[in-house]
Design a binder for this molecule. Sequence first.
Ligand SMILES: [Zn+2]
Length: 250
Amino acid sequence: MTDREAVRLAGSGVAERAADTPQPRLARWRRAGAWLLDLALPATCVGCGREGDPICRACRPALAGREQAPAGIPIGLPSDVPDPLLQLEWCAPFGGVVRRALHELKYAGERRLAEPLGAAIAARWRQTGAGGDVIVHVPVHEDRARERGYDQAEALARVAARELRLPHLAALERGRATVAQFQLGRDRRAANVAGAFRPAAPAMGRAVAGRWIVLVDDVVTTGATLAACSEALLESGAIGVSAVTVARER
Ligand SMILES: [Zn+2]
């Protein structure tokens, strides 16, 4: 068994145990019902409103807004790669179609958007990523995931991992509820998320040890959340952490 397979196995075992966590059966059925209903209805494009795909072929180029951009942070953006991240990449500026798509994925339950958005993450990483062994997503707080029925960053990470042929681990959890970062000024964001993340299980801590992690999230603003996740992963023995998001908000 290769190391990579071992990580995958460790990951699947823990994921199964997490899925076994008891929760009210009714809520579970209600969520499954809503999900099936969504699937039964055709998606409408977040760009132009056309029925069919959640982002139609004509609007899809918006997701590759930085396709030609070289790797790295362009000169003129306010911050460099936040310490201790090794690399930070994103697919497109946070605006227009991309902004609407992320909003629909996060707040309107349009889970089908994870497919094109996750594929965009994979495409950008394939083009610019310097390396990485394992995909890990930035988790939302458990309560928020339960309300929503899913974790949007996890949905993105699953698609990106599949496209990149890398294992995906739900390695982190939010140890305490944090205020939504967008409600805070830039200077208060680091304090809000510092120490908020921890390994989702002891086995997850072991699974990231000695690995180069690629963190996946929907949007990066100051990078404080990504930095806080990196700290937790490095404490578990990860050898390095890079990150890739759908969008970057200035
Ligand atoms: Zn469209």
